[in-house]
Design a protein around this ligand. Sequence first.
Ligand SMILES: C[S@@+](CC[C@H](N)C(=O)[O-])C[C@H]1O[C@@H](n2cnc3c(N)ncnc32)[C@H](O)[C@@H]1O
Length: 456
Amino acid sequence: MDKPAIEEALLKRTGNLIASRIGFLVLEQDEPLLRKIVAERVRALNLSGAEEYGQWLDSDEDLRHEREELAVLLTTGETYFFRDSGQYALLQDRILPELLERRKALHTLYIWCAACSSGEEAYSLAILLDELMADQSQWNIQVLGTDINHQAIEKARQGIYTEWSFRNMSAERRQRYFHRRKNTWVLDEAIRDRVRFRLGDLVADEFPTASDLHDQDLILCRNTFIYMARPVVSRIADKFTETLAEGGILITGHGELYAHHLGKLRSRVFPEAIVYQKVSEPFFLPAAVPTVVPTAAPPTEIPPALLDSHAAVDQPAAAEIHDTTAVPEMQRAWRYANQGQPDRAANICGDMVAAHPLVAEPHYLLALLAQERGDFAEAKDLLKKVIYLDPSLIAAYLDLGDLYAREGYPARAGKMRATARDLLKTLPGDEQVKLYGASTVNTVMQYVEHLLSAHV
Ligand SMILES: C[S@@+](CC[C@H](N)C(=O)[O-])C[C@H]1O[C@@H](n2cnc3c(N)ncnc32)[C@H](O)[C@@H]1O
């Protein structure tokens, strides 16, 4: 005889336990699915009903296996090569070159695809690296893919895929890295051997580990947090942060860390995506406190034209003033920003602006904070002020260019980037670009050239 339908309150309690003990979020609209899944698990575990299933979830039992079962039932496992063209373009043109440049002395690169499903994501990265590097023989490059689903990991290890996995990969690339076997495509051994796969549970596992999960340069965890309860996402993001090397990058699916406390992660906004960089200490501050004397009568206020978001940016003659007496204050503000305390950072910047209205840096940090909370109009106005106050600040042109590109104004974006390129040309290639992460002039130049030629 069929078991009676699970009572509403009991179903809700079970859903809450699945969120708190397993980590998966069950939305109210998914109630019919939850009902089905609980019934299925009760049957599979040979339990008396939802009540006993709940008690079992709430016990000290190791729930790893149950998490895997529920992952199969509650998440799709959907993945394909080069999923999300924008993020891969960013990886190819900016993130990977930057990481390779940073690691060129050590010749090591550690990459982790967390929740990689059947491996397409990890192999896409290995393919990108193959295209970017003429010779990897002098490098120790580790690409690791993990997932809770053992069948997915088994498939990943085989490296054999059907048409469906290639829906976002060019035929030319496929031809270069795969060969046909009946109605499947087999990945070339050379690439397959560069990626290692193993089981891993992001919720239950501790990481960093002494073995293979530490000092990662890049962690990809995309399209997985959407299935998880908010506190669980925060805990995993904290573990990722600890597993990243200083300056390492975390990439999630779009918006998956929106409004989360970012701790040591600093968001970097690109036209294609937001990525998160581990910055324990601000690394973009001037090494020494320069003493600067105004070279001409400084402007007394920001021209109203600059407050109009559509106004062109005219640079002031030669009237920049950089009052650096307050640099320690700025260090504190950057530190708060990097620690995920935007309000405290903004307060300090506000005080700095009131005391020294013609210093560019506090305006610049305020612009980044505005971008981070999604207030792009405010960010644009602030960046225009920054450029007015310090026409040599390359970072501001690049950020403003990104914002214009995001809004669909390629000509304006191009103008900003062309100015950034002109300024970059005046600097030594290995110098760091001021206030622009750890990037050197050479890497940023490459990136800007790409943006200009691709009109993105
Ligand atoms: C939609 S797929 C994402 C695949 C790939 N990252 C992508 O974006 O194309 C989600 C994956 O998360 C995995 N997953 C869910 N919970 C997990 C956990 N606690 N630990 C590890 N992987 C998990 C699932 O097994 C599934 O393969």
